[in-house]
Design a protein around this ligand. Structure first.
Ligand code: ADP
Length: 547
């Protein structure tokens, strides 16, 4: 027997429709690429997104066609986002921090038909335009007055592209499982793989992501997604903010400490989100200038583990609650959330800090377990490590064009339908998960595993250390031993002895790195995470001192 409720497909155009109906005047503020702060509303974004739909249809874009963007978080990016998704085209965000060759590979693989790009990325695309086989037109996200002179054929200014088009267009009307967005994983090993979100998966994920124990944003919040829309949908914030009617603040291209701080204060931001690197920059700026955060209440941090120093600074020094989140592109992206439980609140402050450093518990819609190499469940005792497996309606079951397929159906799942995250984790008695490493980064020493992440997070708290990375290097007896690579703060020179003394007592003795070396700059990948592959390459010929 079927239920007798209305048929209301879960398509994301409804999100902006809702904002247009109920929050038409709520502001969307952008630090524009042209320079000034610009102000618009959800009502205007809705009208201009409709113009985008009509302009796209005028270019021959139809249901299922890929529309690519190479763009920062701005109001125009939002318009293209909803204008494309609303009509059933697939919005394909491309990460501009990738190598140009990879950008070309991804756009070709996705078969993007039209590319919207910010002025800052015109030089990159000019270099690779000859290789882009499917792109028929380039729309530069600016007006005629700011249009750069460009060698790109078929380039036009965004304002010209939408001008004159009607502000009404039909959205939705297709199955909720229709593809909606396409985002490629960074491809640190092998070619990047495309994750193809559906309308239903994005909508369900956004609702889960904004539940009270996760982002918990509402119409009284001012939300600043520093995390880019090209990094796994800005962690759903481009959906969440219009859904709940929050004022939205878009940082454009400037993600440095002073620029982010200026927006946080001038726009009275209450909730923001980004990877730890962004927060390290902000916190440094706050300390240098002796500034305060006067309106910020919560900060979501994810993409890599929250360093203890960052957690303590936000919570203890600035009175801002840290919401630690874990996830991945394949999970839309949020999987777990680090909000504390009553059992944690019954403990002291230090125990709570320790709990918050863990990645958290499963969001509703996410099923999760840890298993050994044979697929047997490992205990939830907070000690046993295992491969972290997930399942849910916003978790990928296959990659675009069946990349990485493991079965005849083209799916990439284990036999029991779980997706292997590639992470290694523990689960404790309260169900709180802690990432101990990426499966490929974990250091295998004497048959036991050492977590590179744990050591890194402690090492960044040592005086004079700006950033730290741990990689495994070959050892004749132990197989691998940890090497700690330090990026010193400007003018500082933390010695091996000082750093090792700082780690003492904070990690198991046998985890102690066999050596500590300095590097000028720890390489970061396209989503702001430490690029271990590059480090392993740099230290390929390195030999441990006592070997
Ligand atoms: P990519 O895989 O392209 O680097 P993702 O953003 O999808 O980009 O990265 C997902 C991975 O990032 C996770 O599998 C995990 O290893 C790591 N990660 C994400 N959030 C956290 C976190 N809070 N703590 C530790 N690792 C994290």
């Amino acid at each position: 027997m079927l239920g007798l409720m209305q048929d209301w497909p879960l398509t994301v155009d409804r999100i902006l429709d809702h904002a247009h109906s109920w929050f038409p005047k709520r502001e969307v503020v952008t630090r524009s690429l042209e320079g000034p702060i610009s102000r618009t509303t959800y009502g205007n974004i809705w009208r201009r997104a409709k113009q985008v739909t009509n302009a796209l249809q005028g270019e021959g874009i139809a249901l299922g066609d890929r529309v690519a963007t190479l763009a920062w978080n701005t109001e125009r990016h939002m318009e293209v986002w909803y204008g494309a998704m609303g009509m059933g085209a697939v919005l394909h965000t491309v990460n501009p921090r990738l190598h140009p060759e990879q950008i070309a590979w991804i756009i070709n693989h996705a078969e993007g038909k039209i590319l919207f790009l910010d002025t800052t990325f015109v030089p990159i695309i000019e270099k690779i335009a000859g290789e882009l086989r499917t792109v028929k037109a380039y729309v530069i996200l600016t007006d005629r007055a700011h249009m750069p002179s460009t060698a790109l054929a078929n380039a036009m200014a965004y304002e010209d592209f939408i001008e004159g088009h009607a502000q009404e267009a039909r959205w939705g009307g297709f199955d909720e499982n229709t593809a909606c967005g396409l985002c490629y994983t960074s491809g640190t090993t092998g070619d990047p793989k495309g994750v193809l979100y559906s309308h239903r998966s994005n909508l369900l994920h956004a609702m889960a992501a904004n539940s009270a124990d996760c982002f918990g944003a509402g119409a009284n919040d001012v939300v600043l997604p520093v995390v880019p829309m090209f990094h796994a949908n800005a962690w759903a914030i481009a959906f969440v903010a219009p859904m709940c009617g929050a004022k939205l603040v878009m940082p454009g291209a400037k993600l440095d400490g002073p620029s982010v701080y200026e927006l946080l204060e001038s726009e009275k931001v209450t909730f923001t989100a980004a990877v730890p690197t962004v927060w390290l920059m902000l916190l440094n700026y706050l300390r240098e200038t002796n500034s305060k955060l006067t309106t910020l209440k919560r900060v979501a941090i994810g993409g890599s583990a929250v360093p203890e120093a960052v957690l303590r600074a936000f919570e203890d020094d600035y009175g801002v609650e840290v919401v630690h989140a874990w996830g991945m592109t394949e999970m839309s992206p949020i999987g777990t959330i680090g909000k504390l439980l009553p059992e944690h609140y019954a403990q002291g402050h230090e125990a709570q800090i320790k709990a918050k450093l863990k990645q958290g518990r499963a969001l509703f819609t996410v099923d999760m377990k840890i298993v050994d190499d044979e697929g047997h469940d490992k205990p939830r005792d907070g000690k046993a490590f295992g491969r972290l497996m997930v399942k849910g309606p916003a978790v990928a079951r296959a990659y675009f064009k069946n990349a990485g397929a493991r079965d005849a159906k083209g799916e990439c799942l284990e036999a029991d339908g779980f997706f292997d995250t590639g992470d290694v984790a523990t689960l404790d008695e309260l169900g709180v998960m802690q990432i101990t490493d990426r499966a490929k980064d974990v250091i295998k020493s004497g048959g036991e595993w050492i977590s590179s992440i744990d050591i890194e997070n402690i090492a960044v708290g040592c005086e004079g250390v700006a950033n730290a990375a741990v990689i495994g290097v070959a050892h004749p007896k132990w197989d691998e031993r940890p090497l700690l690579i330090i990026e010193p703060k400007p003018g500082a020179n933390p010695t091996k002895e000082q750093v090792l003394a700082f780690l003492e007592g904070k990690i198991a003795k046998w985890w102690t790195p066999d050596d500590v070396v300095h590097t000028e700059k720890i390489p970061l990948g396209a989503t702001g995470k430490i690029n271990k592959l590059a480090l392993r390459e740099t230290f390929r010929d390195y030999r441990l001192p006592n070997v």
